[in-house]
Design a protein around this ligand. Structure first.
Ligand SMILES: NC(=O)c1ccc[n+]([C@@H]2O[C@H](COP(=O)([O-])OP(=O)(O)OC[C@H]3O[C@@H](n4cnc5c(N)ncnc54)[C@H](OP(=O)(O)O)[C@@H]3O)[C@@H](O)[C@H]2O)c1
Length: 245
């Protein structure tokens, strides 16, 4: 899959929602999807960052993007339903979601980890992707070929000290992928998989590995053949998998 060569029109006419699209991996994935023909809905908290990605897409002449700011910590079912309704009104379809946004405020011991910190990690990294998927399910089921991609992290399946509620949220995200995949198996047009990007240059990486020389890591662009494979129709039939880049 690493050597996968996507067709230039792989995602033509598809509408794909990318959460956390304002920077790092999310921004790179939004640009990759748009450059392969998708209309991308850019989600994040900070509108200026989303506008910058929107402008890059417009300048490149790719399909016009849309912006949907929403704080995944405070959002409730009504907000996710409003997002889904907005997508239905504006585009009449949804063919994919990349759940990429994540909260990580630092590494610490469980002894120092507060309930409030746990609530943010679980709400942003686990509960919001669940609720957003659920709200968008009717649109995704109606698509001829839809893909949901949940971003995991190495410590989600190889737990280690100090990764706390972040690692627990990612581990539970992998469980969620497998449960959704089983519950959706009667819908062969709709697949859900997890993706573990591995270390790349990003804002989050600076927080988890402050002593590391960031430039020694690969760029997020090196991951994109695998993101495109899982988002496009060449991965039809692949569901319930956790793919390590
Ligand atoms: N970078 C790596 O090496 C690496 C390795 C393995 C896995 N991952 C996973 O890959 C994904 C992307 O990582 P990254 O390093 O690119 O992350 P990042 O640079 O830290 O970006 C995180 C994104 O999440 C959004 N976000 C955070 N809290 C939010 C909230 N409450 N509501 C809405 N949006 C929120 C941010 O949006 P705003 O800026 O608008 O707030 C930002 O766009 C994450 O799921 C991460 O766990 C990354």
């Amino acid at each position: 899959m690493k050597n996968y060569q996507p067709a230039q029109n792989l995602l033509q006419d598809r509408v794909i929602l990318v959460t956390g699209a304002g920077q790092s991996i999310g921004r790179t994935a939004a640009l990759a999807f748009a450059s392969h023909g998708a209309t991308v809905i850019l989600h994040g908290r900070k509108v200026e960052k989303l506008e910058a990605v929107y402008d890059e897409i417009e300048a490149a002449g790719w399909p016009q993007a849309a912006i949907f700011p929403l704080d995944l910590f405070s959002a409730g079912d009504k907000d996710f339903e409003a997002l889904a309704t907005g997508i239905r009104r504006q585009f009449s379809r949804l063919d994919g979601i990349l759940h990429n946004a994540s909260h990580l405020d630092g590494l610490r011991s469980l002894e120092e980890h507060t309930l409030e910190q746990w609530q943010v990690s679980l709400r942003v990294n686990l509960m919001a992707p669940f609720a957003l998927t659920r709200a968008c399910l009717p649109l995704l089921k109606a698509s001829p070929d839809a893909s949901i991609l949940m971003t995991s992290e190495t410590h989600g399946h190889a737990p280690a000290a100090y990764w706390g509620s972040f690692a627990v949220s990612k581990a539970a995200g992998e469980v969620l992928v497998k449960m959704w995949a089983q519950e959706l198996e009667l819908h062969p047009n709709l697949r859900i998989n997890g993706i573990v990007p591995g270390p790349v240059q990003s804002t989050q990486r600076v927080r988890t590995h402050p002593g590391e020389v960031l430039e020694s890591l690969p760029l997020p662009e090196t991951l994109m053949s695998q993101y495109l494979y899982l988002m496009g129709s060449d991965s039809r039939g692949v569901s319930g998998q956790i793919v390590e880049c």
